[in-house]
Design a protein around this ligand. Structure first.
Ligand SMILES: [Zn+2]
Length: 392
């Protein structure tokens, strides 16, 4: 069953509202500049100011309020703030409250073995990365900013490439253990606040209806309360963003795609565009991927395929993969049933990955949840063409 369409405010209206506010700010400031450069002689001006002191003070206060509201407009589109400006999540462009975006994101490692499905809380992430660990099995890195799901999991261990991607959000990293290589990063110069269940008993629990190790869960609200105790909360100066115009030019159809991550078929992924949902439904090993709590299908508004080189770490005893998310490469963007080529580059471990189209322009993403598929060297993507296309 396809899900109901997401109840989002009209994108075009929000954008024009934002432009309107910006224009009115410019008009007022321009008016002030003109008054200052006018032909009123200084003595006459002083006399005017003396006679109209109250008026001048009022005008100055009004100007300050307008300038302050101009700043808030840059937060984006969506729900209205107290000033009347609209606010959206900077990561996915969805409507949000001010408090929900001026805080540190959570980056949670979520298991994807068949025993872990269906997972809880993936539907509420701003962005989800899907990438390999060992033996071709996949795992998710889910980033939470504007939502605070009650249940997230099953929570599992982290690998180096997930740390390098997580740090693009300056988050608290929520996981249960790590590979040897990831431990070196987290113990020498951790680039993230590290909430490892093996070191912090709170705020995790085991779901007795499932077998360990596929049953460790966390509540985003409890994690945030724990962050306050640890003094890990606060705001973030910069983070990865997946918003854009939503308009693809010269795109090819992409209503269905099959993605192999080079491992067992139980980790094979099929994406099917659902026009009613306005995004891609996910099929894992042929079965519709749903959320455990809501039972509703997961819907990816945008899917970015990021081709990455990988090889086993030297001296690794567990086959841990060095997945190269630092560097540059190619990929695809799928959105609205269409696809276009993507270039990506991440200059160093601390940099934010830059995604562009083949001509270097920002990606025409749609507001909503983005899934980044880290397809390794022995993986592949096959697009199914519509019948009309095959006939050509
Ligand atoms: Zn968000």
């Amino acid at each position: 069953m396809p899900p109901d369409p997401l109840q989002l405010p009209d994108k075009g209206h929000g954008a024009s509202y934002k432009r309107g506010r910006a224009a009115s700010c410019r008009t007022v400031l321009y008016g002030f500049a003109r008054a200052r450069d006018g032909e009123v002689k200084s003595s006459m001006l002083m006399l005017y100011l003396k006679k109209n002191r109250g008026l001048v003070v009022l005008a100055a206060l009004a100007a300050l309020l307008i300038v302050a509201s101009c700043d808030r407009v840059t937060l984006g589109r969506g729900s209205r703030s107290h000033s009347g400006a609209t606010i959206t999540c900077p990561i996915d462009g969805l409507p949000a409250t001010k408090d929900a975006i001026h805080r540190r994101p959570l980056a949670v490692l979520i298991e994807n073995s068949p025993q872990a499905r269906p997972q809880s809380g993936l539907d509420q992430a701003c962005v989800v990365y899907e990438g390999i660990t060992e033996g071709g099995i996949t795992r998710f890195l889910a980033i939470y900013l504007h939502n605070t799901p009650e249940t997230v999991g099953p929570v599992r261990s982290v690998r180096p490439h997930f740390i390098y991607l997580a740090q693009e959000y300056d988050p608290v990293l929520v996981h249960c253990g790590q590979s040897y290589e990831a431990l070196q990063i987290l113990t020498t110069a951790p680039p993230v606040f590290d909430l490892d269940q093996l070191k912090h008993d709170a705020p995790f629990w085991r779901d007795r209806s499932r077998r360990a190790p596929h049953n460790l869960y966390a509540s985003a609200e409890e994690v945030r309360a724990y962050m306050q105790q640890q003094q890990w909360d606060g705001t973030v100066q910069r983070m990865q963003q997946f918003t854009g115009s939503g308009k693809l030019l010269n795109a090819d159809p992409a209503t269905e795609a099959k993605i192999s991550f080079g491992g067992a078929v139980k980790y094979s992924l099929k994406l099917v565009y659902d026009s009613k949902a306005g995004g891609y439904l996910r099929y894992m090993d042929g079965k519709l991927h749903v959320d455990r709590v809501t039972k509703r299908p997961l819907v990816a508004k945008n899917v970015i395929v990021q081709y990455v080189w990988n090889e086993e770490f030297a001296n690794s005893t567990h086959g841990t993969q060095d997945v190269r998310v630092v560097g540059s490469g190619a990929g695809w963007l799928m959105t609205g049933g269409q696809r276009t080529k993507v270039r990506w580059n991440k200059l160093d471990y601390g940099a934010i990955t830059k995604f562009t189209d083949d001509y270097g322009a920002p990606l025409p993403l749609r507001d909503g949840q983005t899934w980044v598929e880290l397809v390794p060297a022995d993986g592949n993507v096959i697009f199914a063409q519509p019948v009309a296309d095959r006939a050509r």
